[in-house]
Design a protein around this ligand. Structure first.
Ligand code: ARG
Length: 464
């Protein structure tokens, strides 16, 4: 075997001393970015083919490089590849191995390329695939929510504002509100594909190259949509990373808010839902416990996602244009955020499928706290020809009286009602019954059963 010159860094002719062991160990990114091996090899293959097409390298060299790259891919996939921390990153590890395999011709590969554009190409390719994966997981969650909605159209619970009983709603309407959140997440991730679809390959270190490369060719082969416009901006830009981390943050915030609501619903005080046993954990001391740890895990992970976003925003804020080592951390943040969100979406889907709904308790609570007071006032406006403000005042008095007597609206007798206002009659109270209240909200986007059914059908078609 050829004497391996690659124990030296590529810059060893210039930099006389080997990198400090300390810095080699802590500054190496190989343990993070080896995850990009497939994208790195794919980028190198296309780059090599382009160099050949442009007559920058010979057929023989092209074939040798492609053979070597393919072999390296196999080695990595069969776990036979030895990642070397002293080779800093995935790009150097692969290049070094290529030298081992094909000798000096490996040196042609890095013609008209810098690690600055290489790493961006790899990362964008990886993020495009990941966006797709998240998209599929979001579709799964949305389908589960729609399914839950379908089973609970007539399940009535109190809608809360300020966590005080506000107005009765259908549980299906609640699930469908979650669908809207995840639909927006999907759109957000898809919108970010626009910048992910701009090909950085070929901008090299900062100024482009004098070789006659064809960036449209590599764009097409790597399934990007267009080459980036400006070499300086390209090597500096991490907006697409921030977009991704922001999208992850918003999505995990959505999961967190819903989880928090479920945790409240699961409390002994609310008793609206239970989780299937396999989604709870026990206590090491209190034998009776069934804790909603899965939901708490999901809520907690938002902190992690926000942290990644803030880290990246802080890393870029003080950097002049072009590449700096600071940017190396972008990948760790993206990978961890992605992994966390992926796990969260998978777990969240399982939790949604494992909800046990206590319909009686929901209905019972919906009737507490005079949740149909707004309906009562609305009915007065419709039947007594008075303004909403006047009706609101009369209703407040009815609520005060009922509360004082510890009665529901329906339990008040006609004399008590007339004592507040002579124009009142019993029918107005009856119209404010719970299910009537829910079903009367027929305005577009409201909670009436009919609206929900229509919305479920519409979104079911949309989400396919
Ligand atoms: N390991 C580096 C990173 O992940 C690759 C880019 C290095 N470029 C450079 N000029 N040092 O960011």
């Amino acid at each position: 075997m050829r004497k391996n010159k690659n124990n030296y860094a590529v810059w060893s002719a210039r930099i006389k001393r080997p990198t400090s062991n300390n810095f080699k160990n802590i500054g190496s990114s190989i343990n993070i970015d080896k995850r990009l091996y497939r994208q790195d090899i794919r980028g190198s293959v296309v780059h090599t083919e382009m160099l050949y097409k442009q007559k920058i390298i010979s057929l023989k060299v092209k074939d040798k490089i492609l053979w070597g790259l393919n072999r390296i891919k196999n080695e990595i996939e069969k776990k036979k590849f030895k990642f070397d921390i002293s080779k800093e990153d995935i790009h150097m590890n692969i290049e070094s191995r290529l030298f081992d395999l094909i000798g000096e011709d490996a040196g042609f590969l890095h013609t008209a390329r810098s690690r600055n554009d290489q790493v961006l190409t790899d990362l964008k390719l990886w993020m495009k695939d990941s966006t797709n994966e998240i998209n599929n997981l979001l579709i799964k969650v949305i389908k589960t929510l729609i399914n839950n909605a379908q089973k609970n159209i007539k399940t009535v619970l109190p809608g809360f504002t300020h966590l005080k009983n506000a107005q009765p709603i259908s549980l299906a309407h609640y699930f469908m509100s979650c669908v809207e959140m995840f639909k927006r997440d999907k759109i957000r991730f898809n919108n970010s594909l626009q910048s992910l679809n701009e090909n950085p390959l070929g901008v090299c270190a900062i100024s482009g190259t004098s070789f006659k490369i064809d960036r449209w060719y590599t764009t097409k082969k790597l399934k990007f949509e267009k080459p980036t416009n400006n070499s300086i901006d390209t090597v500096s830009d991490r907006d697409f990373v921030l977009d991704f981390l922001y999208n992850v943050s918003i999505c995990s915030m959505h999961i967190s808010r819903i989880s928090e609501e479920m945790i409240i619903w699961n409390s002994d005080q609310f008793n609206f839902i239970k989780l299937k046993d396999n989604l709870t954990t026990g206590s090491s001391i209190m034998p009776q416990k069934k804790n909603p740890d899965t939901l708490e895990y999901l809520r907690g992970k938002t902190g992690f996602s926000y942290g990644s976003l803030i880290s990246m925003m802080t890393i870029v804020k003080g950097l002049p244009l072009s590449y700096f080592k600071d940017l190396q951390d972008d990948k760790e943040l993206v990978f961890k955020s992605f992994d966390t969100l992926k796990n969260s979406l998978i777990l969240f889907d399982e939790v949604l499928k494992g909800l046990i709904i206590n319909k009686q308790e929901m209905l019972k609570t919906a009737g507490k706290g005079y949740t149909t007071a707004t309906d009562l006032a609305d009915n007065m406006v419709k039947n007594l020809n008075i303004t909403f403000r006047e009706a609101y005042k009369i209703t407040s008095k009815i609520v005060n009286l009922a509360e004082k007597l510890n009665l529901t609206f329906e339990e008040l007798n006609i004399d008590q009602i007339k004592s507040i206002d002579k124009r009142l009659n019993y029918e107005i109270l009856e119209q404010a019954e719970l299910k009537n209240s829910v079903n009367s909200k027929k305005s577009y986007g409201g909670t009436s059963f009919e609206n929900i059914r229509k919305m479920i059908n519409k979104l079911k078609k949309e989400i396919k």
